[in-house]
Design a protein around this ligand. Structure first.
Ligand code: GDP
Length: 334
């Protein structure tokens, strides 16, 4: 089943200067910490290896100085060997020339030994900055990096840049883009979501990593921030309710038949096959949110008009078809 894909979950590593915001990002995205509480976080001092029950395998590493890949006492292969993306965090509110030069030497080293790793730069803490200053900063960082790479004969290295802050959804949006590049089945997932949407009268569908609220795929209609925010807030509610009622998450790789039970009711079924959480809520503006847990890591959330859900049997059926197809996609992918 899909759960076994956990052995090859996309691996991400977060690096950057001390105080650049790495532990804050990790706490807000993967541990649901309110952003203001990060003010009291201890600075990162070591590689963190807490297991994260997420679709992605995520670690944080404080940049210890010069990365010396020739240092025999350090097992770089262990860290970088199966890494999908290196996310480099730069504090845009602080002096960034020195951190930038560390980024550059890291890119050069990574390129030499692990050329397949995606390099993703988070120009971070942009919440305090004017729009103009944000873009200037990003442009400056891009330009300096491009120049440095060109000087070293590496004109073709792809580096991506994102403006991020833990105080809004930009950090989740950036993670979504980073993670989507690491999913070889992305095109198929998008097609399946498109089919689901058009067959069920769904306006927008997201496949979310439940723990982090990062979406790993969506249908090809444009993402507007408001629907994304509604869907991600809804996950919080459902996860909280599931936790309160002691909902037992299904073992890896097992996908049971569809149900329309609320998470609370699922609890009574504990002895039998575990059930996915599934729920529907009507919004004031006439729209409906439809959620279905797909497996241990993923949930499908759909936004639709209320007349589409009048044929709920059809929607449930189509979602089940989608869920089965998804399972096959991940199995074939292995
Ligand atoms: P680390 O050493 O890289 O792990 O950095 P921390 O996560 O400890 O963050 C250092 C400081 O930056 C903390 O006081 C955070 O509250 C603050 N910080 C982190 N992210 C943001 C952000 O997006 N915006 C703002 N304004 N401050 C942030």
């Amino acid at each position: 089943g899909m759960g076994q894909a956990s052995t090859r979950r996309p691996r991400l590593l977060l690096m950057g200067q001390r105080r650049s915001g790495k532990s804050s990002i990790s706490s807000v995205v993967f541990h649901k910490m309110p952003p203001t509480e990060t003010l009291f976080l201890e600075a990162t001092t070591r590689i963190q290896k807490d297991p994260i029950h997420s679709f992605m395998d995520f670690q944080v590493w404080d940049f210890p100085g010069q990365l010396n890949f020739l240092d025999p006492t350090f097992d770089f292969d262990h860290i970088f060997g199966e890494l999908g993306a290196l996310i480099w965090v730069i504090d845009a509110q602080d002096e960034y020339l020195e951190p930038l030069s560390k980024l550059h030497s890291t890119i050069l080293a990574i390129q030499r030994f692990y050329p397949a790793i995606n390099i993703e730069v988070f120009v971070h803490k942009v919440d305090g900055l004017s729009d103009e200053y944000k873009l200037d900063t990003q442009r400056d960082i891009m330009q300096r990096t491009q120049d440095e790479l060109s000087d070293n004969g590496l004109d073709n290295v792809q580096v991506s840049y994102y403006l991020t802050s833990i105080y809004d959804h930009s950090i989740f949006e950036a993670f979504s883009k980073v993670i989507q590049k690491l999913i070889p089945q992305l095109g198929t997932l998008e097609n399946l979501l498109n089919i689901l949407c058009s067959n069920s009268g769904i306006e927008k569908a997201f496949l979310f990593d439940v723990l982090s609220k990062i979406y790993i795929a969506t249908d090809s209609s444009p993402v507007d921030m408001q629907s994304y925010e509604i869907c991600s807030d809804y996950i919080d509610v459902i996860v909280d309710v599931s936790e309160i009622y002691g909902y037992d998450r299904k073992p890896q790789g097992q996908i049971s038949s569809p149900t329309s039970e609320a998470p609370g009711e699922a609890q009574q079924e504990e002895e039998e096959a575990p059930l996915e959480a599934s729920s529907i809520i009507r919004l004031q503006n006439g729209m409906v949110l439809y959620l279905r847990e797909i497996n241990k890591y993923l949930a499908l959330i759909c936004l639709m008009r209320k007349d589409s859900i009048e044929k709920q049997g059809l929607v449930d059926f189509n979602v089940q078809v989608f869920q089965n197809a998804l399972q096959q996609v991940f199995e074939v992918g292995r």
